[in-house]
Design a protein around this ligand. Structure first.
Ligand SMILES: [Zn+2]
Ligand SMILES: [Zn+2]
Length: 382
């Protein structure tokens, strides 16, 4: 497909930011991708909730396996809108990184050029597809966030044509308010900290500032929902739950696990002072930073100890709570069973509570035994 004339080409320069630029781009993309459905024009309507700045790539990216498969299956070769979205860095289907330079001439490929041909390099004409067996699949843990992003953006784009009412600015504020309410008990600072967004920036989202697509993704991720849920689904039907973010793939471009001076200390200091509940373990933090736990200890033994202790305190607190709760339920179960004329044996109590093995715990066993004694005494007395 050839796009003629210099006018379209010029419009790429303005594609970052201004709406008219975005509008031109939408038209261009329609032509490029030969898809005249409403998908691209709906992108425009989305400018209410998605800032166009930073939304689209300046240069092409593609999944070589997708291209190769279409060619092999003699399906039409096109370039899905998904590949134009900057935040999409991987193909979720094939679990590989999108490619951004021609395998033959190594050049990057402009989004719009006069001799664009789907699936081919505009400079040297080389085919951009490649067979599956050239690639090793991305490690799903390390690229969890990137794979998630590709999936949720893909889901949103797929849903676009069928969405009847488009979200407006108030949607972001409303969703954010409930997310903060449900995830961090209404404390916006705590949520901002969790999402790694400067507090003042985060607060501006409640006034009139739109989060960038990358921040919106992080917010959705941290509040345990998809982008589609955050923007579209009826708010009363969504449950927001804290999900700690995995920063590893963001950190990876620092390269070879070598971090800038003071980086690890700063991260650890933040976590040591963090109010996030439940507190993550040092192991989880190592995962978030993208390094080995031993490196954290080596860098800052004191801070590492504080963080570990916070986690251990939390664990012991939790186990106390759990035991107290189990004791209470055992007492109730013994009495309920007894009142029904069933002897509250260990087995019967555990079955009744659907908590197999709960009475094995010493503290719980003592409570159960005490309760049994009381019942036996009552039987004797009557
Ligand atoms: Zn693919
Ligand atoms: Zn090339």
């Amino acid at each position: 497909m050839t796009v003629t004339g210099g006018g379209l080409y010029k419009s790429t320069a303005s594609l970052n930011g201004i709406k008219s630029g975005a509008f031109d781009l939408v038209k261009v993309l329609e032509k490029l991708t030969l898809r005249n459905d409403l998908m691209y024009t709906t992108m425009l309507t989305w400018s209410e909730v998605l800032p166009t700045r930073g939304l689209l790539r300046a240069k092409k990216a593609w999944c070589p396996i997708c291209l190769e498969e279409w060619k092999t299956n003699e399906e039409p070769i096109y370039e899905p809108l998904l590949w134009f979205i900057k935040e999409v860095k991987v193909c979720a289907k094939h679990k590989i990184k999108l490619e951004t330079s021609c395998p033959s001439c190594r050049n990057e490929i402009p989004i719009i050029s006069r001799n664009t041909r789907h699936g081919y390099c505009t400079d040297c004409g080389h085919w951009l597809g490649k067979e599956n067996n050239y690639f090793t699949k991305l490690d799903e843990e390390g690229y969890y966030l990137d794979l998630w992003k590709a999936n949720v953006i893909g889901e949103l784009l797929e849903n676009m044509p069928s969405i009847k009412t488009f979200p407006d600015r108030s949607r972001i504020k409303n969703a954010l308010k409930i997310a903060v309410e449900e995830c961090t008990a209404g404390v916006a600072n705590k949520f901002a900290e969790m999402a790694n967004i400067p507090k003042s920036t985060f607060k501006s989202y409640f006034v009139n500032n739109l989060p960038s697509i990358s921040r919106l993704l992080i917010i959705s991720f941290c509040s345990g929902v998809t982008l589609n849920q955050f923007l579209i689904t009826q708010l009363s039907k969504i449950t927001f739950t804290v999900r700690l973010i995995h920063f590893k793939s963001d950190v990876e471009h620092i390269g070879n696990n070598r971090f800038p001076d003071g980086y690890i200390e700063k991260q650890l200091l933040n976590w040591a002072n963090s109010l996030i509940y439940p507190p993550p373990s040092l192991r989880e933090i190592a995962l978030l930073i993208g390094c080995d736990r031993r490196l954290l200890y080596k860098n800052s033994p004191e801070l590492s100890k504080i963080i570990s202790q916070k986690y251990l305190d939390y664990i012991s607190e939790r186990s106390k709570e759990r035991i107290e709760n189990a004791k209470k339920r055992v007492v109730e179960a013994v009495n309920t069973l007894n009142s029904k004329g069933i002897y509250p044996s260990r087995r019967k109590v555990e079955d009744f509570l659907e908590m197999p093995g709960v009475i094995k715990e010493e503290a719980v066993r003592i409570t159960w035994f005490e309760e049994l004694k009381k019942i036996n005494q009552e039987i004797k007395q009557s």
